[in-house]
Design a binder for this molecule. Structure first.
Ligand SMILES: C[S@@+](CC[C@H](N)C(=O)[O-])C[C@H]1O[C@@H](n2cnc3c(N)ncnc32)[C@H](O)[C@@H]1O
Length: 215
C-alpha cells in the first residue's frame, strides 16, 4: 500500500493511460453493458480513472461504489468526483481481499447505495492483490444474481509484441503487479457468456461475463 500512498497525487500522470492502459478501459466499457440506474462496484478503484465512463453509463440515477485500501488514492478519487459533481459516487476504504459481505453491504447501504450491485469490475488491481481470488469472491458475493462482472488486467505481451516484454514487466514491477497472476481465469471459469479481448500486443486482457442464472 505504501507505494500507492506515496504516488497517489502523481498516479494519473504516471499511469501511461493514453498510450497504453486507457485502451483496455475503453474496451471494458464497451463490453460490460452498463445501464442507466444501475449500481456498479469498482474494486481497487484507485484515483477513479473508471469513474467518467461509469458515471456516464449509470447516469445520475445510478450509483458507483469505489473500494480501495489506500486512503490517498481514495482522496484523489474523491476529488475527481467532487470536481465533476458526481454525487452518486460512494467511496469505501477497505482491503478487497478481506471484505465481509454483510459488513460491506451495510457500509454501502448506510452511504446511500443498495446492498448488492448490478455489476462489478476490477481494472489493473487484482494482479496487485496476493490473494486476488478472495477479491473475486467479494465481487461475486456483493452483486445480484445475474450481475455483469468484468476484469481488465495485464500479462506478458505475446507474438510480435514479445519484444516489449521487458518494458511490460518493468511497468508491472514498478506498479507492484504480478504479471503472471492472470486473474481473469476466475471469470472465465465462473461466468457464462464470457467475452474476451486482448489489446496492446496481448499485454491487456479484458474479460466480461455474467453470473449464471442458477448462481
Ligand atoms: C494500479 S492501481 C489501479 C487503479 C484503478 N483500478 C485504475 O484502473 O486505474 C491499483 C489499485 O489497487 C489498490 N489495491 C491494491 N491492493 C488492494 C487491496 N487488497 N484492496 C483494495 N485495494 C487494493 C491500490 O491501492 C491501487 O489504488
Amino acid at each position: 500500500m505504501a507505494k500507492y500512498t506515496t504516488i497517489a497525487p502523481l498516479y494519473d500522470l504516471l499511469s501511461a493511460e493514453y498510450p497504453v492502459y486507457g485502451a483496455g478501459r475503453r474496451r471494458l466499457a464497451e463490453l460490460i453493458g452498463l445501464q442507466e440506474g444501475q449500481q456498479v462496484l469498482d474494486i481497487g478503484c484507485g484515483t477513479g480513472l473508471n469513474f467518467p465512463w461509469l458515471c456516464e453509463r449509470v447516469t445520475s440515477t445510478g450509483t458507483v461504489i469505489g473500494i480501495d485500501r489506500s486512503p490517498t488514492m481514495l482522496a484523489q478519487a474523491r476529488g475527481r468526483a467532487q470536481r465533476n459533481g458526481w454525487t452518486n459516487v460512494i467511496l469505501i476504504q477497505a482491503d478487497a481481499t478481506e471484505l465481509e459481505t454483510p459488513d460491506t453491504s451495510a457500509r454501502i447501504t448506510s452511504a446511500g447505495g443498495r446492498a448488492l450491485s448490478d455489476a462489478a469490475l476490477a481494472t489493473y488491481s487484482l494482479s496487485l492483490m496476493g490473494d486476488w481470488p478472495s477479491a473475486w469472491q467479494a465481487m461475486w458475493d456483493l452483486t445480484t444474481a445475474q450481475a455483469r462482472l468484468g476484469i481488465l488486467d495485464m500479462q506478458k505481451p505475446t507474438g510480435f509484441a514479445a519484444a516489449f516484454r521487458p518494458l511490460a514487466q518493468l511497468a508491472c514491477r514498478l506498479g507492484g503487479s504480478n504479471i503472471d497472476a492472470h486473474p481473469w481465469t476466475a471469470l472465465e471459469q465462473d461466468c457464462t457468456e464470457a467475452l474476451r479481448d486482448s489489446l496492446r500486443g496481448g499485454h491487456l486482457q479484458v474479460r466480461v461475463g455474467s453470473k449464471p442464472q442458477a448462481a
